[in-house]
Design a protein around this ligand. Structure first.
Ligand SMILES: Cc1ncc(COP(=O)(O)O)c(C=O)c1O
Length: 387
């Protein structure tokens, strides 16, 4: 049986060499290699500042703290995302306010954001889901009108562009993930970018305990007393992580082009499979193509997943609407019916195998098995029983 994995990273000799160079040097923690990565990452995005951190979750958390959120403040985001988008808001002391999505793209609907703004709203966290950017011009205009901040969740979207802007160019900050299956990875890692020098200074303190000096400063200048000026966290990226990421910057656009070719192939192969549709690709925008999600009949989705997995095809669901997960129901009283468009999308979606070095021919195998799955999978009643 031909197996098709959901994801394989493309790390190799360039990363091994870069890590070896760090290991041969004196400083493993945050230092010159991180600074080099930060410069390259900021330049790629066309923003002034980037900071390497240990996760996108940490980047989101710190961004909201740096904006001065206080208990009782509200942060507007989407239920069609990974849980970290909302839990970062909760960890910063805020209340997550969810609004429904555009049904065809899965992205947060700016009109619903506008309707959800209250005097307590302090930030909007749009998610550039699957690699497609939200309508940042609309959201920026809205945020400016109401004097609220924007923290972009760009975990899926290093290489995206829309209406002339990239992630980080219109947000107060943008947060990126270098988790194991992301377009760039160092196992676990992330970055936060901003054009605001004051925010950058705050974020730099927050990522390392609120300390005014770090180990690299000590190595360069000798020990000098340091101060702790704010309550910070331990979110600093280390030189080993940065060493893994730097060679990947060289391949970023080439890998995005490979994923685009795979998406085109899947699109062609799925054209005559009437049981399957895909989220709308926004015309004129540059899709970062982090994942290849499809939408199927909600009652048969789980059966299709089971069939694909039995035939050796890797699948993941990105995502079931987060407000239906137990913690969110119990803590915030959310129920099925609260965000019907996100629920429908989250009940229907599944992601097919997708990674830069996946052979184009594997798309054919995946779609062949998917065709059988659509024919054979029986409707399941598990969704009716869900909250
Ligand atoms: C949309 C989204 N936001 C945030 C995160 C959190 O990223 P990390 O694992 O780097 O904390 C993820 C990770 O999967 C994600 O997909």
């Amino acid at each position: 049986m031909q197996q098709v994995p959901f994801f394989l990273h493309d790390l190799g000799q360039p990363e091994i060499d870069a890590i070896a160079e760090v290991l041969a040097g004196p400083l493993l923690t945050t230092g010159e290699t991180v600074a080099r990565f930060e410069r390259r990452f900021a330049d790629y995005l066309g923003v002034k500042h980037a900071l390497g951190v240990t996760s996108c979750t940490g980047a989101l958390h710190m961004s909201l703290l740096a904006l001065g959120l206080e208990p009782g403040d509200e942060v507007i985001t989407t239920p069609m995302t990974f849980i970290a988008t909302a839990t970062a808001a909760i960890e910063s002391g805020a209340k997550p306010v969810l609004v429904d999505i555009e049904p065809d793209t899965g992205l947060i609907d700016p009109n619903r954001v506008a309707a959800a703004i209250t005097p307590q709203t302090r930030a909007i966290v749009p998610v550039h889901l699957y690699g497609q950017m939200c309508d940042m011009h609309a959201l920026r205009a809205l945020a400016d009108r109401h004097n609220v901040a924007i923290v972009e969740d760009a975990a899926h979207c290093v290489e995206g562009q829309r209406d002339g802007v990239k992630p980080g160019q219109l947000g107060d900050t943008a947060c990126f993930s270098f988790y194991a299956t992301k377009n760039m990875t160092c196992g676990e890692g992330g970055a936060v970018v901003t054009n605001d020098a004051t925010l950058q200074q705050r974020l730099k303190l927050l990522r390392l305990h609120g300390m005014t000096r770090n180990a690299a400063d000590r190595m360069r200048d000798g020990y000098q007393h340091w101060d702790m000026t704010v309550l910070g966290w331990k979110y600093n990226m280390d030189n080993i992580q940065a060493a893994m990421l730097l060679p990947q910057m060289d391949r970023l656009d080439a890998n995005a082009a490979k994923r685009k070719a795979l998406a085109v192939r899947y699109d062609e192969l799925l054209r005559d499979l009437s049981e399957v549709s895909t989220p709308r690709t926004i015309a004129g925008a540059q899709h970062a193509r982090h994942l290849y999600p499809i939408l199927v009949d909600a009652r048969r989705r789980d059966g299709i997943i089971a069939h694909l997995q039995q035939q050796g095809i890797g699948v993941v669901v990105n995502y079931r609407a987060i407000h239906l997960l137990t913690y969110f129901c119990e803590t915030f009283g959310f129920r099925r019916g609260d965000f019907p468009l996100a629920e429908k999308f989250g009940d229907r979606v599944l992601s097919l195998p997708f990674y830069p070095n996946m052979p184009l021919a594997d798309c054919e195998r995946v779609v062949e098995v998917l065709r059988d799955a659509c024919r054979e999978a029986r409707p399941s009643t598990s969704l009716a029983a869900a909250k």
